[in-house]
Design a protein around this ligand. Structure first.
Ligand code: NAD
Ligand code: GLY
Length: 382
């Protein structure tokens, strides 16, 4: 079992992350510690897929710890990240008379965590919530750091709040029921964090990727638990230094570096109407675009780009990209919602562990087009 503490600003000064095998069976005791003796009720927010596998176990443990438990299930998939889901969740909490001392528990992947977290942030101006992430992506990234959001028709994560959890409980055993594609998506996000963090986390991630591919390590292994813990520690350190993603910061440890691969990744998701790529898969291709662009602009040595390409390759097969229209992708990038003063913000690379935030105004459209073409073609050649 690995334990970490994440420091945050008021009103919650720190919270715990616990990572281990089978820890979900004890979620009631952890929830009691994190929510305190006055918490009477807990709402388990999940979806049908996850709740069918892990719901009963969690509810039993919570009841044993003295909670009155009710559950509310979202639709499965990115479509659940909507204001409509928030409306339904808030009505549910209100109809069930949830009070400020009660808690919310998000049981599922990044979608469940983002929606449940946002409802927790705004219902009664903030209820404590616990993250029980069940995908690799959620365990290393979305459950840590307090970003919560839903999507609008015009783009992803456009309405949300920063709301830090009261605790995070990652049961690595839940990854065993994860579909292969979801694992690949999570591994891509591991590469993303490794690349912006530095050689130690990047190499640790590559070792686990190699071991998973050679089957010398399974999803129930200590190296995997340690890798997840190392990713959480890195993310916690970045969040501690820049909890609210300060727009004026563009240094190497600003929270914005965690968006590496996301500018092109979000565009790929948008042009395929969120149907072709899992979020992490799109980030996988997006990292190749950012890597090619970095090399083309003379920032990234060819050998370091090759390390990145190899790591993405190790994650597994990604959806095809050769049939996508470059101009559609360029158009979607131009409308990126994370623009600052009208210019798209790119996280590029000067080397492994050396991210650099660059304004889209600093290079020509033809540079980006070339990088995009190379990255999409490389995907075909895999
Ligand atoms: P997801 O939540 O859609 O889960 C993926 C699929 O796996 C779903 O069908 C889900 O039902 C299923 N599933 C989950 N756990 C399972 C398990 N243990 N066994 C079997 N099936 C399981 O996808 P995700 O990749 O976890 O999250 C993606 C979302 O996270 C995106 O909306 C993205 O924007 C968001 N995100 C948020 C942050 C943040 O900081 N808040 C960071 C990264 C990503
Ligand atoms: N996943 C990016 C962040 O949490 O900032």
């Amino acid at each position: 079992m690995q334990r970490l503490r994440v420091r945050t600003k008021a009103p919650r000064s720190e919270y715990e992350i616990k990572i281990g095998f089978g820890v979900i069976e004890n979620v009631g005791n952890d929830a009691r510690r994190w929510l305190g003796p006055h918490a009477r009720r807990i709402a388990v927010i999940s979806n049908k897929t996850v709740f069918e596998i892990y719901g009963q176990l969690s509810v039993l443990s919570l009841r044993t710890a003295g909670f009155e438990v009710s559950s509310c299930l979202l639709r499965d998939g990115e479509q659940a990240k909507s204001l409509n889901s928030i409306q339904n969740l808030i009505s549910f909490l209100s109809n069930e008379n949830f009070e400020r001392s009660d808690g919310i528990l998000a049981l599922g992947g990044g979608v469940v965590g983002d929606v449940a977290g946002f409802a927790a942030a705004i219902y009664l101006r903030g209820l404590p919530f616990i993250q029980v992430p069940t995908t690799l992506l959620a365990q290393i990234d979305s459950a840590v750091g307090g970003k919560t959001a839903v999507n609008l028709k015009t783009g992803k994560n456009l309405v949300g709040a920063f709301h830090q959890p009261a605790g995070v409980l990652s049961d690595v055993r839940t990854l065993q029921s994860l579909p292969r594609r979801e694992l690949v998506a999570g591994l891509c996000e591991c590469v993303k964090q490794g690349v912006v963090s530095g050689k130690p986390l990047f190499n640790q991630t590559r070792r686990v990727l190699g071991e998973l591919n050679s089957s010398s390590v399974t999803l129930m292994s200590l190296p995997l638990v340690k890798m997840i813990a190392a990713h959480c520690a890195f993310k916690a350190a970045v969040v501690k230094g820049d909890e609210r993603e300060d727009r004026d910061r563009s240094d190497r440890r600003s929270r914005r570096i965690l968006n590496f691969g996301h500018t092109a990744g979000h565009a790929l998701e948008a042009v395929t109407r969120y149907k072709r790529f899992r979020h992490g898969e799109a980030v996988g291709v997006g990292m190749l675009v950012a890597g090619e662009l970095s090399k083309h602009l003379g920032m990234l040595p060819a050998a370091e780009l090759e390390l990145l390409r190899e790591a993405v390759r190790q994650c597994g097969r990604l959806p095809r990209t050769d049939d996508l229209d470059e101009n559609d992708i360029l158009e979607a990038i131009a409308h990126d919602k994370k623009s600052v003063s009208g210019s798209v913000q790119w996280v590029l690379l000067e080397g492994i562990g050396r991210p650099r935030i660059v304004s889209g105004k600093e290079f020509a459209r033809r540079d980006l087009k070339l990088a995009l073409r190379r990255a999409l073609k490389m995907e075909v050649a895999r």
